[in-house]
Design a protein around this ligand. Structure first.
Ligand SMILES: *Cc1c(COP(=O)(O)O)cnc(C)c1O
Ligand SMILES: [Zn+2]
Length: 412
């Protein structure tokens, strides 16, 4: 890898490729350097023009260091709608509530923005197989792009992982291995298997895949275009390992450096109350997270007791004058159902946390009525239908042609 790297927090430069892209000085992840001076005009043009439906995230290729000569493995990821949630906003008391609907990505989550770049890069470097540790969505996404690229994929799933997600990964032909541990144990196991089985480690962590992680920045470039070349006042983002929020911040910083905006939105990191190591560290004024004991929440996709990018996530939340909050499972379920019935978007629990948090922050006054607020709806609840419809009773039944029975039912 010829790309120059730098620590996300203390800015120590790094030159060589390594197994774990971690700063030996401060422990944060390191990321590729994007030379904003060298190709300034190209980048400004690319972001101002926006991407087309057919290009998707690849329309922003100059913003991803190391992808100049790579052949895309692509299925139309990115270019997702920004929906004005008028009805939900009214319920919550927020005039401009916008939902970045990542559920319409090819596998149902924003992780496709990573998987497309990862598989493209690996295949251009001659990879014969990939493996990753994942509690669900990353596994499905990488499995799909591996299928598209025509190489085998091994997914190591923790015992607590969501089976509906494993089923999706298997549907794409992935080999699926269970591990009696947490998602971090699965990722460690993949690391150990890399030399043994000639896997490429496709775990969706910045510390393993700093280049592919850059794909998430495209969410912000799209937002900027969709909001008529402006940025919102507040962005709410779920936190599992902490990559997404870190990359959202990085892309916003790029927009500022390129002179496209002067403003840094306040970033809100949202976790489930049953597994909230980042929120705890934020409240304690700490710069690092510690392991969360006995994690338990319906938001399986952000059930990460170890926060891989904890140092970076805490740093970007504070730099943006943002905050970190937790919401409980009841609030998550209520937000999921409200979003489905009022806005017709099926947000999985890990995404609905942002809606529940927006409601709470509005109540507390942290979000003001006129703030423009974006919630990143990271993944689809099409795989969580039992959870979503759990409150509805069995449907009434009638006999063919029996209008009296139908009358009775309609009157109830
Ligand atoms: C992976 C995932 C997240 C958390 O992202 P991190 O970058 O690990 O913080 C949030 N929502 C969904 C649906 C996910 O799949
Ligand atoms: Zn550092």
């Amino acid at each position: 890898m010829s790309v120059e790297l730098v620590c996300t927090v203390c800015k120590t430069p790094y030159h060589s490729s390594q197994d774990r892209f971690i700063c030996s000085n401060c422990g944060a992840s390191i990321e590729p350097i994007l030379d904003l001076e060298k190709r300034r005009n190209t980048m400004i043009q690319v972001i101002k023009k926006g991407s087309s439906r057919s290009e998707g995230i690849w329309g922003y290729r100059p913003m991803f260091p190391g992808f100049t000569n790579v052949m895309p493995v692509s299925m139309g990821e990115g270019n997702t709608p920004l929906c004005h949630a008028g009805t939900l906003g009214k319920v919550y008391g927020i005039k401009t509530l916008l939902l970045k609907n990542e559920t319409v990505n090819p596998t149902g989550t924003y992780k496709d923005r990573f998987a497309s770049l990862a598989l493209s890069l690996f295949c251009s470097e001659g990879a014969k197989s990939v493996a990753l540790g994942s509690a669900g969505n990353a596994g499905s996404s990488v499995a799909a792009y591996a299928a598209k690229a025509g190489i085998p994929c091994y997914v190591i799933l923790p015992d607590g992982g969501v089976f509906a997600r494993a089923q999706q990964a298997m549907s794409y032909g992935a080999h699926f291995i269970r591990c009696k541990g947490e998602v971090n144990d699965c990722i460690d196991l993949v690391e150990q298997g890399v030399s043994r089985y000639h896997w490429r480690n496709a775990s969706t962590t910045m510390l393993h895949n700093p280049l592919a992680s850059e794909g998430y920045k495209s969410i912000v470039y799209e937002l900027f275009e969709q909001m008529s070349q402006t940025v919102p006042d507040v962005i709410l983002c779920p936190i599992g390992g902490g990559i997404l929020i870190s990359k959202i911040f990085r892309a916003l910083r790029e927009l500022i450096s390129l002179g496209l905006t002067q403003r840094m939105p306040r970033l809100v990191g949202v976790q489930a109350a049953g597994c909230a190591p980042v929120v705890r560290a934020f409240e304690q004024g700490s710069k690092v997270t510690s392991v969360w004991e006995n994690p338990k929440t319906i938001a399986g996709s952000i059930n990460d007791p170890v926060t891989f990018e904890g140092i970076t996530a805490l740093h970007v939340i504070r730099e943006s004058a943002g905050t970190a909050v937790a919401v409980n499972d009841e609030e998550i379920l209520a937000a999921m159902r409200l979003c489905a019935s009022k806005e017709a978007i099926l947000a999985e629990p890990a995404s609905a946390v942002t809606l529940a948090a927006a409601a709470n922050l509005r109540k507390s006054g942290w979000i003001r009525p006129m703030d423009s607020v974006v919630c990143v709806i990271t993944g689809s609840a099409l795989r969580d239908l039992p959870l979503l419809s759990g409150g509805t009773q069995e449907a009434p039944s009638v006999h063919p042609g029996n209008l009296e029975e139908l009358d009775l039912t309609m009157r109830r």
